[in-house]
Ligand binder design. Structure first.
Ligand code: XMP
Length: 520
């Protein structure tokens, strides 16, 4: 069922790697949009969705390919503004009577410069800062003749039809990608496009909060909801929002698996008990988890054990409170978007992620997922709106299996204690140097090797550790953070002086890919 209370923009996805960025640019403009794969966009879908405007994304296909991805032709009869990007432009020209040619020799990937024509176009208001604008091109085929009704408003050496438009129909098509960072002024095009389409910019977190509360009340009625609270941003925001909607009908369960960081359980439980008067069970199950993990060193086995026990424990507490009709989850929009896959092949499991999957069926519960429409930065804004402390909202992500996957090899309580101390010193250093918010995620892994050192006049034989800090947008790809040598030196000294059990510090400079962020 589509929410009809906001003006909606429909992004038809043809499989570009950067389609999500289009949605982000629009959300930044307070415009509500949804991404849907082209196969799903039928006439009936369009009638239900009733978009105020449509964007056709880029994609890797060629309009000449057999079964080339196409939108239903009725999309061009809706009478709403349409913007085609890259493959989306080629689709528009192909369908509306222009011509597309195969790439031979004219493929273009990377930075290019577009120069304006003399005629003005509202889509370009304020866009050209100088006599040319940097854009990002990524195309094999190209448009060789524009469709009737279209005019050219910008050209580049390899894309004579870089910017085209049919002002009467409010159709626009560009060969480049305005949504990416390498088109520095690209956001302006989106701003102009949504203004042309008459969007009011009514998608704000204040409005969202009120609507989400009403929806939760409607869905849940007088039912009972249970929520696995991890202390992470998503589950915390979901819990507070649901609590605001239905009060004591919500019970949160915080499962302490003994793999949390230093003082973390006390902080999470304390914060919720202090600020929110919500029923919260603090389930200390560390003996169960650590006992079962004893002697296990294979990463996938660790993950499976933790995931399985988590569900068992959660189920136990759910039964204790007399069961629940609903399970609350902090699912986000990027997890929901059905992306277009052209490979069709099964993907390899790199790591089994820990979640409470399987529980809703087993316990016959429905899901309440009030963050399904939001991106991570929107969840943070909503958290702020709900009054969650800034220190909570800005926390780095922490994986469900916790320190287990930062302790390669066998997990022992002694190693975990050392790891908690090193991690605390490292994060303290990062905060003291004002770097916490610049870094996407930072942590320490304790290595399964002991090394020889010398302290004072004595020999030491202690564990080595690896510091990790990465920058990332979504955790899918990551770069190591370029600390200064001074920072690294000072941190290593502090760790070795302050944490007994560690006598060697290394810094992990692997990006993802080929590495992953966590060590296991
Ligand atoms: P990797 O190691 O796969 O991690 O590059 C990407 C991001 O996901 C986090 N991560 C997890 N988060 N449950 C989670 O909720 C998990 O099982 C899990 N494993 C990894 C990781 O910390 C990083 O932010």
């Amino acid at each position: 069922m589509i929410d009809q209370s906001h003006d909606r923009l429909l992004i038809i996805d043809f499989g570009s790697q950067v389609t999500q960025l289009i949605a982000r640019r629009l959300r930044e403009l307070n415009v509500y949009c949804e991404i849907h794969p082209f196969q799903k966009v039928t006439d009936a879908f369009l009638a239900d969705f009733q978009p105020r405007a449509v964007i056709l994304s880029g994609g890797p296909a060629s309009v000449f390919a057999d079964g080339a991805p196409m939108p239903p032709s009725t999309v061009f009869d809706l009478g709403v503004p349409i913007l085609g990007i890259c493959y989306g432009q080629q689709v528009m020209m192909h369908v509306l009577g222009g011509k597309v040619e195969r790439g031979h020799g004219t493929a273009e990937f990377g930075r290019a410069y577009v120069t304006p024509m003399t005629q003005k176009l509202a889509l370009l208001d304020g866009w050209f800062q100088t006599d040319r604008e940097q854009v990002w091109m990524s195309h094999g085929d190209h448009v060789s003749a524009i469709a009737p009704g279209f005019e050219v408003y910008g050209t580049s050496p390899n894309a004579p039809f870089a910017i085209t438009g049919d002002v009467k129909r409010n159709f626009y098509a560009v060969q480049f990608h305005p949504e990416v960072h390498h088109t520095p002024n690209g956001a302006k095009l989106y701003e102009n496009f949504v203004a042309l389409a008459g969007f009011k910019g009514d998608w704000t977190m204040g409005a969202y909060r009120e609507e989400a509360i009403a929806k939760i009340r409607e869905q849940v009625g007088s039912g009972r909801v249970i929520c696995a609270l991890s202390g992470g941003v998503d589950s915390s925001v979901a819990a507070v929002l649901i609590h605001e909607a239905i009060g004591e009908q919500l019970t949160c369960v915080y499962v302490d698996h003994g793999l949390m960081r230093k003082d973390e359980s006390a902080q999470v439980v304390g914060m919720f008990r202090e600020h929110y008067n919500l029923p919260l069970i603090h389930a200390d199950e560390s003996d169960l988890f650590l006992g079962t993990l004893e002697g296990v060193s294979d990463p996938e086995t660790k993950r499976k054990i933790i995931g399985g026990l988590f569900i068992e424990v959660f189920e136990k507490y759910a039964k204790e409170i007399g069961g629940a009709d609903f399970l609350a989850q902090g699912t986000l929009y990027p997890d929901v978007i059905e992306s277009v896959s052209f490979s069709g092949g099964p993907s390899v499991t790199i790591k089994s992620h820990h979640n409470v999957g399987g529980l809703p069926e087993r316990m016959n519960m429905q899901l309440v997922e009030p963050l399904r429409e939001l991106f991570k930065d929107e969840v943070r804004a909503l958290g702020q709106e709900l009054g969650l402390p800034a220190s909570f909202i800005g926390r780095h992500p922490f994986p469900g299996p916790g320190l287990a996957i930062r302790c390669p090899g066998e997990i022992t309580r002694a190693k975990l204690d050392i790891l908690r101390e090193v991690d605390a010193v490292y994060i303290d250093q990062i905060r003291k140097h004002g770097l916490y918010d610049e870094i996407w995620q930072a942590f320490v892994a304790i290595l399964p090797v002991k090394t020889v050192g010398v302290m004072g006049d004595g020999r030491t034989y202690d564990y080595a550790c690896a510091l990790r800090a990465v920058t990332s947008v979504d955790g899918m790809t990551a770069d190591y953070y370029p600390f200064t040598h001074e920072f690294l030196g000072e941190t290593a000294t502090r760790i070795i002086n302050e944490v007994p059990g560690i006598n060697r510090v290394t810094y992990d400079i692997t990006s993802k890919p080929p590495g992953t962020i966590e060590w296991e």
